[in-house]
Design a binder for this molecule. Sequence first.
Ligand SMILES: Nc1ncnc2c1ncn2[C@@H]1O[C@H](COP(=O)(O)OP(=O)(O)OP(=O)(O)O)[C@@H](O)[C@H]1O
Length: 311
Amino acid sequence: MTTSETVVLDIDGLRMRYGSVDVLHDVTFQVRHGEVVALLGPNGAGKTTTIEILEGFRARSAGRVEVLGADPAHGDEPWRARVGVVLQSWRDHGKWRVRELLAHLGSYYADYSTERITRPWAADTLIAAVGLTEHANKKIRMLSGGQRRRLDVAIGLVGRPELVFLDEPGSGLDPVARREFHDLVQGLADEGETTILLTTHDLNEAENLADRILVLNHGRIVADGTAAELAQRIAGEDQVRWTRDGQHFRHSTTESTAFAFDLFQQYGAAIENLEIRRASLEDTYLSLVHRAESGRYEAAHVNKAEEEVAR
Ligand SMILES: Nc1ncnc2c1ncn2[C@@H]1O[C@H](COP(=O)(O)OP(=O)(O)OP(=O)(O)O)[C@@H](O)[C@H]1O
């Protein structure tokens, strides 16, 4: 895919406080044009809050936020036409038919076409892209949960946005629909014109779709990199498994290639079913969150100890 150097999302020192509770602390990151970035993190980490601030739906407490060159808190209509948001709020339009609603919503974007981007996306092409062709004439209230979710995605994309926010896009989709949805996102990414920020709890989804992964924990970015970079940073141990003379063996090591080489030197053809399992994104993620938790625990204890010394 093509990514350019143009910065589409520029977030510096973002803070959010609900009442007296800080839920985002100094969140800083950038996303470049054409990148697909997944924001991961445990429940309550602050992912939705971050996305809602970037979408312009929530006022931040502090920090600098630029989305497509503008502050989302003051985003005007032309700015909004360039941003795609996938909401789950179209249940109220139950009497509308799928094609009718998409054509209607799409018509709002026609004035915002540019030389490069013709808006909106033609309703039938979009309906086919999200796999709803068979249901194009159905009323929305007649759609299943997964079909409505596809419609939510179509509505988010109808204006051919340059930047798309997807909050847990795969939730509620069956495996076939999820695969189709991933193909759709990958297709958009491959064209290199759409920047995508998604949140997910599905680590396979993150690994499949994202060029880069950000991990948010208790309102702080604790990791930022490709899945491979994050795995390297954790320097997790690989698991080597093999059988010899009908017996099963396993060994954990950071030097799995050298270990396998020694194994063959020692036992040669007697080694069978050799398998090297590298740390998965799930191992890496769990380790990152665990580390961040231990850091918080230690920091809290150091602070407490310091307070006690000061007393
Ligand atoms: N309107 C609100 N008022 C007060 N606290 C809120 C509000 N919205 C969210 N919070 C709190 O802010 C924190 C972050 O919530 P947020 O929904 O952003 O997390 P998340 O990472 O999206 O979680 P999940 O994975 O469960 O969707 C949580 O502790 C949540 O309880």
